[in-house]
Design a binder for this molecule. Structure first.
Ligand code: IVH
Length: 677
């Protein structure tokens, strides 16, 4: 009985840690959550019945323990240093030159390159393969012993995967919070009316400094290794890249994006490649880290002050900066939604100068309590619209002195554009102007959307022109664009004869677009480009789409009840019917012609992406598929036409092989894009 319990305990621990590894390190879950919970509960029960079987490395110990009074100090055997930064190519060139001079090297240097994780530096100490202690960086010589909290991080192995563990291994790395866990944490905080965290790094830091590790356990932290400290009883390989491979074999998490490159050209190519992926990575990074690959060379180069000479952090432009709110305006969008927008003192963030940032909606402004005069954190990540993350309350000017400036924001009760009443429906976060297309602001936005590049693509018809056309009463609906004449267009401000001719030609050329574009151009709420494509493919003709009731619309893949209701309501509206009729009269839209429903090489084809491709990011590959009218699905099924597989592909590939689905590597995929089948 006892022996049986012991064996089952060992088996359960292995199953659970394997599941942790698959889920947290490989990002390729092997068992459903419910099964995981069952295994964990069985193990807890067994350990409760046989306390002598409980060991400190058991996965049941990852749920956290009661609060500590404080953290003990932990002295670092090998100091935890920092890196020097480079902000330009010139500084990278200088770094490489210093390294070559230091090594008296004629040729190019090989570098190991990896992301610079935006989290907190941590050291983990393993003795005889068992996790014994972990600490923060602190001042570099000693930090805080946060072992209890680190134990709750399931990406951190409690036991190294090897039969010959080194006597001592210190792993250096970064604790961070994945963006999806951060979003969820903040959403939960909002639902509970609690304070939100400003960014994933602050959330990670706050979570790791909890004296009660049960709280940390709930926060879902992650870890990536990027180096080692003290090692005893193991022969180290010759290069940093091999050290990282070794850590990966021991089942420590390492970045997939690590590579080995040669010379400055290699460094810059990596920097640009990683920069393109930055917005779509599951975690925040603030740069790339370059390390001379050969450990013997690292040793030769040594350190200067508190930073190594063999390594540098090449930083991307900051995604967050401080600035001051000069005003809060309210903008009226295409659907009448009123969006509060902060007018900011210009600030350089995420690589561009930002002067406006969205505050999303009324509730969001209240929650963040952003007021005119406040110093705020502005964030611009990738191509995402800049947003105000929150106010820095310590910097709010004294209210007594500047009282009139610092009232909390209130949403206007009438539309700032047309004066109609503003309504906010129950359950909606947006307040809307109730005037529909009678509101000039909505009319303008509808026309701007209709003409935009991804819709009817009328070149040269920008915001300013649309504003003039609507304000002068020349255009009320998109259909009116097609009856504009040269005289009236040339009479507009800053409009030369030649540009007027070009504009009219562009309007004429926008006719006869595929149905998907026309449907998207109509600006139906809830209908983005992808849904417009799905609708066009499903119905084939505009008449069929217009006649469809909610039930028929629900038969379109990916259309749910909310979207279906919105589409049906749009086509029921007599004003919209009249505009569509006028567009037909103007021959802006012609049904049943030979023109494609949706022209694209991959029309109707379903792709699944798995693993890391050598050149394209997942987002880029997805864009390419969709640009050709194909669809990217999340999982492999009988409906999948192609699986595009990179390195570390995971279970999707196995399934594709089982189902006999065509598998492409990146080269074959690109070939298919160029040439078709
Ligand atoms: S190597 C001698 N690699 O950046 C220092 N650090 O400014 C060795 N960091 O405290 C550090 N990602 O917290 C290294 N791939 C990476 C990193 C990384 C993030 C952090 C680390 C360190 C700070 C240095």
């Amino acid at each position: 009985m006892k022996l049986e319990a012991e064996q089952r305990t060992l088996e359960l621990r292995r199953l659970i840690e394997d599941a942790n590894y698959r889920y947290y390190v490989l990002d390729d879950p092997a068992i459903p959550d419910a099964e995981y919970d069952r295994l964990l509960r069985e193990l807890q029960d067994l350990e409760a019945a046989h306390p002598e079987l409980l060991t400190p490395d058991s996965p049941t110990q990852r749920v956290g323990a009661g609060p500590l009074k404080g953290f003990a100090q932990a002295t670092h055997d090998v100091p935890m240093l920092s890196l020097n930064n480079a902000f330009s190519e010139g500084e990278v060139v200088a770094f490489d030159r210093r390294a070559r001079e230091g090594l008296e090297r004629e040729g190019q240097i090989e570098y190991a390159v990896e992301p610079k994780f935006d989290g907190l530096a941590i050291t983990l100490r393993y003795e005889q393969g068992l996790f014994v202690r972990g600490a923060t960086r602190g001042d570099g010589s000693s930090g805080e012993d946060v072992s209890a909290n680190l134990k709750t991080i399931r990406a951190i192995p409690m036991r190294l995967e090897t039969v010959t563990p080194p006597a001592v291994l210190e792993v250096r790395g970064e604790v961070l919070m994945l963006r999806r866990d951060f979003d969820k944490l903040n959403q939960d905080a909002r639902d509970q009316g609690e304070k939100t965290f400003v960014n994933p790094r602050n959330a990670a830091a706050g979570s790791l400094r909890q004296l009660d590790s049960r709280i940390t356990a709930k926060r879902r932290l992650h870890f990536f290794s990027y180096g080692i400290g003290r090692v005893e009883g193991a022969d180290l390989p010759g290069t940093h890249a091999e050290v990282m491979d070794w850590l990966a074999e021991l089942r420590l998490p390492v970045a997939r994006q690590r590579r080995v490159v040669v010379g400055v050209a290699g460094l810059m190519a990596y920097f640009n490649e990683l920069g393109e992926q930055r917005a779509t990575l599951p975690y925040d990074i603030d740069g790339a880290v370059y390390k001379v690959n050969r450990l013997a060379d690292q040793e030769r180069l040594g350190f200067v002050a508190r930073a190594p000479r063999f390594s540098i952090a090449h930083k991307y432009p900051a995604q967050e900066e401080l600035t001051v709110v000069e005003a809060i305006d309210v903008q009226v969008g295409r659907t009448g939604a009123l969006t509060p927008v902060a007018r900011l003192k210009p600030v350089f963030v995420g690589g561009v100068t930002v002067t406006n940032a969205t505050l999303h909606n009324e509730d969001e402004v209240r929650r963040k309590d952003v007021r005119v005069g406040d110093t705020v954190i502005v964030r611009r990540a990738g191509d995402v619209i800049p947003e105000v993350v929150g106010s820095v309350l310590e910097r709010r000017p004294l209210r007594d002195l500047l009282a009139p400036l610092h009232e909390p924001f209130v949403m206007p009760t009438v539309c700032p554009e047309c004066g109609a009443p503003v309504l906010r429906l129950e359950g909606e976060s947006a307040a809307r102007c109730s005037n529909g297309l009678a509101c000039p602001a909505q009319r303008k936005q509808a026309i701007i959307h209709f003409a935009s590049r991804r819709a009817m693509d009328i070149e040269g018809l920008g915001d300013k022109l649309v504003e003039q056309l609507v304000d002068r009463g020349l255009v009320q609906t998109p259909a009116d664009l097609y009856s504009l004449d040269l005289e009236r267009v040339a009479g507009l401000e800053r409009m030369a004869q030649k540009s007027a001719e070009n504009l009219l030609a562009a309007i004429a050329a926008s006719r006869h677009k595929p149905l998907a574009r026309f449907v998207f151009a109509l600006g139906i709420r809830q209908v983005g480009e992808q849904t417009a494509r799905d609708l066009a493919r499903h119905f084939g003709k505009l008449d069929a789409l217009m006649a469809a009731d909610a039930e028929a619309l629900l038969r379109v893949a990916d259309v749910g009840p909310v979207v279906a209701a919105s589409i049906a309501a749009f086509f029921r509206e007599s004003h919209n019917q009249a505009v569509i009729e006028a567009l037909r009269q103007a021959e802006a839209w012609v049904d049943g012609e030979a023109q494609a429903v949706f022209a694209g090489r991959f029309s109707g084809k379903v792709f699944v992406l798995t693993g890391t491709l050598p050149n394209l990011t997942r987002e880029q590959a997805k864009e390419r598929v969709e640009a050709e009218g194909g669809k990217v699905a999340g999982s492999v099924s009988g409906k999948t036409d192609y699986v595009v597989a990179g390195s570390d592909p995971g279970s999707k590939l196995v399934k594709a092989e089982k189902l006999n689905i065509k598998i492409l590597d990146e080269t074959a995929f690109l070939h298919l894009l160029e040439k078709g089948d």
